[in-house]
Design a protein around this ligand. Structure first.
Ligand SMILES: NC(=O)c1ccc[n+]([C@@H]2O[C@H](COP(=O)([O-])OP(=O)(O)OC[C@H]3O[C@@H](n4cnc5c(N)ncnc54)[C@H](OP(=O)(O)O)[C@@H]3O)[C@@H](O)[C@H]2O)c1
Length: 209
């Protein structure tokens, strides 16, 4: 089962790719520029150069499932939120359907189901995540939607919580998100499920049961 990683050169993307390689899970890393390929080549990870703002259908060739962990990031304006976080994700889902992929794993965001509850500055981004998630849910594709809280660069604690009350905080390390992506990829029977994920005290298998 080969997994296309959209956003592979990002922080979560790279951590996931490394963990997948260690676990023997075949991945195809979608990167935007040829000069990003070296990091993956040194680890024996296949890459494909493609851009969410261009034609990226070819990236899906030979893949059975896809992970979307791309993002426009905090340093771009609303136009990139629309084109990458919203329309890029929607197009990725549509291509996955056309290409007959078996599953789609979306990295969404905690409380994306209620964008207006976010701080004002984050609402357009949350609305993009809301709409991309909705598009995936109503597609014909089996899906897993992961909703991490605020991302940190701590090492993986490998312990998780399912909501803020349980966690006592709203954070999760990117490395813990990478672990949860690996778990989702390996649980091939996991479908049409959504999980809020935070750093906590429980096993991942328990939180994602
Ligand atoms: N920040 C938070 O607190 C938070 C909370 C919840 C969820 N999330 C979600 O977590 C995910 C990843 O987070 P992260 O920290 O790993 O982000 P990141 O390091 O900024 O990685 C984002 C990746 O998206 C890629 N990308 C951007 N535009 C693209 C395009 N047009 N075509 C193809 N790829 C493109 C970037 O490519 P380059 O490497 O070429 O720039 C980068 O590799 C995102 O989906 C984000 O929305 C974030």
């Amino acid at each position: 089962m080969t997994t296309l990683v959209i956003g592979a050169n990002g922080q979560i993307g790279k951590q996931f790719c490394e963990r997948a390689r260690e676990a023997g899970e075949p991945v195809r890393a979608m990167i935007r520029h040829e000069d990003q390929a070296d990091w993956f080549a040194r680890r024996g990870i296949e890459t494909v150069v493609a851009d969410l703002e261009d034609d990226f259908v070819h990236a899906f060739d030979g893949c059975d499932q896809a992970i979307f962990t791309a993002g426009s990031g905090p340093h771009t304006g609303p136009e990139k939120t629309l084109l990458i976080d919203l329309y890029g994700a929607i197009r990725a889902v549509d291509i996955a359907v056309e290409k007959g992929l078996e599953r789609f794993v979306m990295v969404s965001a905690m409380r994306a189901e209620d964008p207006m509850s976010a701080p004002e500055k984050l609402r357009p981004y949350m609305a993009a995540k809301f709409a991309a998630d909705a598009h995936l849910r109503q597609s014909a594709l089996p899906y897993v939607i992961l909703k991490p809280g605020r991302l940190t660069d701590e090492p993986a604690s490998e312990r998780f919580a399912a909501d803020v009350d349980e966690a006592g905080d709203n954070r999760i390390s990117r490395d813990n998100v990478a672990l949860s992506l690996l778990y989702a990829v390996q649980q091939t029977g996991l479908a049409n499920a959504e999980f809020t994920l935070l750093d906590g005290e429980r096993d991942l298998a328990d939180v994602m049961a």
